[in-house]
Design a protein around this ligand. Structure first.
Ligand code: ADE
Ligand code: ZN
Length: 336
């Protein structure tokens, strides 16, 4: 670990699975609550952190939706996104494709445009100030109805040029991808790229549905794919990327111990696995923390880390020309 940590820190990294609302640190939560005159059910930052003790995905989601209530104005969304980009700059993340959950905001009276404008203004500044490129992916909350998702898609269509893809998140069990088959069909005809959380807590069948019904370009998480050998063969054959989130998996009890994390096995099976931070403010760390935790627990070598970094570039929604620039950066680092 003595030498792997600095290797990870300087490795040029790409993030493909990050919920911007999940990067809301307790300190910013308190300062936005004060700015917007909102009363929080916590007395201190320490008390908030203590509450981040989850047994499953739903435990986390309950507190995550409550936390995002402090986000009210365009400037709030800007500040949230900017704080995340500062972490990226500090951790050598050179490209990031981030999720946002518009229904978590429009459902409490915040305008879609307020959310979108704040996030995209920060992303534009991130490119100018840090040279970090980015993409924005709009997620539908799967515990809500198909009709609500359709409404959200309609709101997004005028802003198509600023949103590269659509995804599916929130409570997985009981809400299969097929529930949103028609919404995703429409999103595809509008030109959005497609991702979906599948196989985090839900069964391998949900991953099949994400592939066959939603026609995804990437699978978010996908851990439970390993229970189905035919599914693994399909994912390998198609070079379908999995956006794996090690610290999230540990905090949400998808894995009981990091030493049992399936990441190394995924690589050995030929799956295009990537490392990501999911909701870093809630799960105990950003990109470097995720890489380090899993590298330490699974004794990953530099070659594994370079493969993970290359996988993320290849699985990104950048153009081939842009990918080749980033791949050269990773390869040059590997040779240095
Ligand atoms: N929303 C934010 N983080 C999520 C996760 N890990 N799974 C499903 N929905 C989410
Ligand atoms: Zn996620």
């Amino acid at each position: 670990m003595v030498e792997i940590a600095p290797f990870i820190e300087k490795l040029p990294k790409v993030e493909l699975h990050l919920h911007i609302e999940g990067s809301l640190e307790p300190e910013l939560m308190f300062s936005l609550a004060q700015r917007n005159k909102i009363k929080l059910p916590f007395k201190s930052v320490e008390e908030v952190r203590k509450a981040y003790d989850f047994s499953n995905l739903q435990d986390f989601l309950d507190i995550y939706y409550q936390g995002m209530g402090v986000l009210q104005t365009e400037q709030d969304f800007y500040d949230l996104t900017w704080a995340y980009l500062e972490k990226c700059a500090a951790q050598n993340v050179i490209h990031t494709e981030i999720f946002f959950d518009p229904q978590g905001h429009t459902g409490r009276g915040i305008k879609f445009e307020t959310v979108l404008n704040g996030i995209t203004r920060a992303l534009d500044d991130g490119k100018k100030k840090f040279g970090i490129s980015s993409g924005l992916i709009m997620c539908f909350l799967r515990h809500l109805s198909e009709e609500a998702a359709f409404k959200t898609l309609e709101q997004a269509i005028p802003y198509k040029s600023r949103i590269i893809g659509v995804g599916l998140d929130s409570s997985e069990k009981g809400h299969p991808p097929s529930k949103f088959a028609r919404v995703f069909a429409k999103a595809r005809t509008e030109g959005f790229l497609i991702v979906a959380h599948a196989g985090e807590e839900g069964p391998p069948e949900y991953v099949w549905e994400a592939l066959d019904v939603l026609k995804v370009n990437r699978i978010d998480h996908g851990n439970r794919s390993l229970e189905d050998t035919a599914l693994v063969a399909r994912l390998v054959k198609e070079g379908m990327a999995l956006t794996v989130c090690p610290l999230s998996n540990l905090k949400l009890c998808v894995v009981r111990d990091m030493r049992n994390h399936p990441l190394k096995k995924m690589l050995e099976l030929g799956l295009k696995a990537t490392v990501n931070s999911d909701d870093p403010a809630y799960f105990g760390g950003y990109m470097n923390d995720n890489y380090k935790a899993v590298a330490k627990a699974l004794n990953l070598e530099k070659s594994h880390l370079l493969t993970l970094a290359r996988n993320s570039v290849e699985a990104s929604f950048l153009t081939d020309a842009e990918k080749s620039v980033l791949l050269q950066k990773v390869n040059a680092y590997g040779r240095s």
